[in-house]
Ligand binder design. Structure first.
Ligand code: 26Q
Length: 811
């Protein structure tokens, strides 16, 4: 472990500051001071990083590579210091120098290279792999522009380009000597040499892939793993000067631009799949570069090519990196000379796949003609994989042509990526129990019957180091004071906290901590949005991507109904509440953008109505991102997890809220079910349609939103309020929402669940008034949250899928 005393730290820090900035500390801006601290932290990490790599090479342990299009890392400084075990020393040392550590941490740009749940999961997994001493590394794309910055202008979302690299990035080290070449387009020739078929790729467009490495520090264990992100650059010798003289200057510029586009932007859509060629390029680009560099590494270390599957596990985060399957086949066959069967054995033993969605519109499929043109050799390999699959299916399902064509990787003119991922891997996992069951029994059922042993569940988790220890230091201190600190290394030890569920003094301390967090958030809201909120009101929080299935609309309609009730009866006896929303809509998702407008209109109306604004307030917080979530979640009383049952694969913010002592109001969807199973029915507020009911409606019909409306006057009124000018002088403004509910018969059962949701909110109200009961529930939730640490999830992946991490198991 890193041993640095306060005085040593101060000396190192001052030296680093001067070295970096060439001025005295007293002259520096906060940003300069942040840079110096981050730079020094990196210096501390580098030696450990080298020795970790040396250890991995010496022991020859199996290495895990987590391939993901997204890593939503947020800020690095605070968590790196925490994991190094020197955050307290730094805090004190800086304080001696008149510097506030948290203020410097706030200077760091969020690393926003992800859309939401899937990208943040990848980031939590990196933290857990390093902390469990598992040799697990990330492989992804170094997007120059992360997820767009959201501005709310006149109540509507406006997207602004994000620029996280504008001041450089202290955490990364560029490794030009480890660059790889990735080939696009061109033609493939087949030749026969010594009885073997040789595939020669001509006329391709080469792209240089440059890796940037970032250290991922484990918690107090001397392990530093690597996140390697690839950046696309033109090959400099492609600028041959003869083409300039031939007046092909513009071609050279075109080449440069088309190459740089590959790692320019993150696609900001997480549900509606779009068959854009640039996205396909991005996928092949990082998968090919990553695999080439991994294989080069093992060959340099003397690993025999036939033993690769004992030395590496490659995990693909959704289908986005599924080209790893044909690309690994290509490298093993065309570059390493293996035959099909050996290459296939190594590939399927190596690759494992996580599915994150059952939304049909999110499943990736690529038009064959586009695919073939961009990746001719990869397409040939997929054709062969598919031939062999269909051969197997013909033998097994004689004459069942429908089934065979349904299961084919190539059909209807498309390459179906989920089918490729299932066929080419040895493990397919869902991200919560219900989700895995739906995969097996509904969505992927044909494949489940073909390969029953591949399918398994790995319920998601979150790193308690960021989401509890870092985000909520006071709650951390209370836990340590009451139950000790064993839970930091063994999160399920948090169960010991349940002993205090009925302890009035601990309840009081928990309440005080929550209130402090709420005051801090209130001040932040005042500073950033100019809105006064009451820290003694219940903070009722709904933060996540804006999507019809996540049902921000349901939440909003109930606020509108409450408003109507308050106007009718100003003496209504309810708990004062602050409704907090945050989240980004995909730029092309018209309905989601309309939902943001509705929330802001409702906020505007309510916050400016003196009849109600001392009882309820609505706040839409701009630009949701990891660092904002870290501020909001510790201050939440009520966690809104109200997706249409069956639609949310898992959810992970539900776990973050629970760990911070919020009470959950939820449908029986995704991991909410497992949270309920952990805490018991009396410690969570459940409402809404069950899985069966939803599936029945989808399969057999019989749902009519308008017929429900006619029997519920309150609901009828709020739906009318969408269109009667109550929330906008433009009566058509919320027509998209109105039509989705009425004209299009409410695909996500907002109308159906409304009544049960209102009643559930009534129960929340009653519970909140009962100080003892509410705090008992909060304590019980915290105590049972340890199982949702991503440490548990990662241990399950390591033992159940990757066959890695024996060092940890032997500890
Ligand atoms: C695909 C093709 C083209 C463009 C974009 C995409 C794309 C990008 C991101 C598709 C999906 C995503 C992200 C999906 C996601 O975040 N899913 C969430 O994953 C979480 C972690 O498992 C779950 O908890 C959530 O339930 C799930 O919605």
């Amino acid at each position: 472990m890193l041993k640095i005393g306060k005085e040593q730290f101060k000396k190192d820090y001052i030296e680093k500051f001067i070295e970096m900035h060439g001025t005295e500390l007293s002259e520096g801006t906060d940003y300069n001071k942040y840079e110096a601290l981050a730079g020094l932290t990196r210096d501390y990490v580098v030696k450990m990083w080298l020795s970790t790599n040396k250890r991995y090479n010496d022991t020859g342990e199996k290495q895990v590579y987590y391939f993901s299009m997204e890593f939503l890392m947020g800020r690095m400084l605070g968590n790196t210091l925490l994991n190094l075990g020197i955050r307290d020393v730094c805090k004190e040392g800086l304080s001696d120098l008149g510097i506030d550590l948290e203020r410097l941490e706030e200077m760091e740009e969020d690393q926003g290279l992800g859309n939401g749940g899937l990208g943040r999961l990848a980031a939590c997994f990196l933290d857990s792999m390093a902390s469990l001493n598992i040799p697990g590394h990330g492989c992804g794309i170094r997007y120059k522009r992360g997820f767009f910055e959201q501005k709310i202008i006149d109540g509507s979302q406006v997207e602004a380009p994000e620029n996280w690299l504008k001041n450089g990035n202290v955490w990364e080290i560029k490794k030009p000597d480890k660059a790889q070449i990735v080939k696009f387009g061109g033609h493939v020739r087949v030749e026969r040499r010594d009885g073997h078929l040789i595939f020669i790729h001509d006329d391709y467009e080469p792209v240089l892939a440059i890796p940037y490495d970032m250290p991922i520090v484990g918690y107090e264990n001397d392990t530093v793993n690597t996140l390697r992100l690839w950046s696309a650059e033109p090959l400099s010798d492609e600028f041959d000067f003869s083409s300039f003289s031939r007046g092909e200057y513009s071609k050279a510029i075109e080449y440069k631009n088309s190459v740089e586009a590959i790692s320019q932007i993150l696609y900001p859509d997480d549900t509606l799949y779009e068959g854009k060629i640039l996205r396909l390029k991005q996928q092949y680009f990082f998968v090919s570069a990553g695999l080439q560099s991994i294989i080069r590494h093992f060959k340099n270390n003397g690993v025999g090519i036939r033993d690769l599957d004992e030395k590496m596990a490659i995990h693909i985060n959704d289908t986005h990196p599924a080209l790893a399957i044909p690309e690994l086949m290509r490298i093993l066959m065309d570059e390493e000379g293996l035959g099909w069967d050996d290459a296939w054995r190594i590939t399927t033993n190596t690759i494992s796949y996580t599915n994150h969605t059952i939304l049909a519109e999110a499943l990736e499929k690529w038009p064959i003609d586009m695919f073939k043109r961009l990746l001719p050799r990869i397409y040939m390999i997929i054709e062969e994989i598919n031939e062999r699959l269909c051969g197997q299916l013909w033998n097994r399902y004689i004459g069942q042509w429908d089934k065979i064509s349904r299961m084919s990787i190539l059909s209807d003119g498309y390459v179906k990526m989920a089918h490729l991922a299932i066929v080419g891997s040895h493990s397919v996992n869902g991200v919560a129990k219900l989700h895995t069951e739906i995969l097996k029994k509904e969505e992927m059922t044909d494949f489940y019957y073909l390969y029953p042993r591949k399918f398994n569940n790995k319920t998601n988790g979150i790193t308690h180091r960021r989401w509890l220890i870092k985000a909520n230091p006071q709650l951390t201190a209370l836990l340590i004071d009451t139950i000790g600190d064993s839970w930091i290394k063994h999160p399920t030890d948090m169960e010991k906290f349940e002993r205090f569920a009925h302890d009035r003094s601990v309840q009081g301390r928990l309440y005080d901590i929550k209130r402090d967090n709420k005051v801090r958030l209130s001040n932040f809201i005042k500073r950033t949005q100019g809105i006064d909120v009451d820290p003694d009101s219940m903070f009722d929080v709904h933060i996540k991507r804006i999507h019809a299935y996540k049902r921000q609309t349901l939440n909003c309609l109930r606020i509108m109904a409450l408003y109507n009730r308050l106007i009718e009866n100003p003496n209504l006896d309810i708990v004062p509440r602050t409704f907090i929303f945050a989240g980004k809509a995909a730029p092309g998702y018209y309905l989601a953008k309309n939902i943001i407008e509705l929330i802001n209109s409702v906020a505007n109306r309510i916050n400016n109505d003196p009849r109600v604004n001392n009882i309820i307030k609505v706040v839409f917080m701009e630009n949701y991102r990891v660092s904002l979530a870290e501020k909001i979640i510790p201050a939440a009383d009520l966690s809104e997890q109200i997706s249409t049952t069956t639609k949310e694969a898992s959810g992970t913010s539900n776990m973050k809220f629970m760990m911070n002592g919020a009470v959950t109001i939820a449908t029986l969807d995704g991991a909410n079910i497992e949270i309920r199973d952990e805490v018991g029915d009396e410690n969570i507020i459940i409402f809404g349609l069950t899985e069966r009911e939803v599936l029945n409606y989808y399969q057999t019909g019989g749902y009519s939103s308008t017929s429900i409306l006619s029997s519920n006057a309150i609901l009828k009124q709020v739906v009318e309020d969408l269109m009667n000018g109550q929330y906008s002088s433009d009566k058509d403004k919320f027509k998209p929402i109105y039509e989705s509910l009425i004209t299009y018969n409410d695909e996500f059962f907002v109308i159906k669940d409304f009544d049960s949701y209102i009643k559930a909110q009534g129960r929340a109200d009653i519970l909140y008034r009962d100080f003892t009961e509410w705090n008992k529930i909060a304590i019980t939730n915290i105590a049972h949250s340890g199982i949702f640490s991503s440490d548990r999830t990662i241990q399950e992946y390591a033992t159940g899928i990757w066959g890695s991490g024996y060092l940890y198991k032997n500890l």
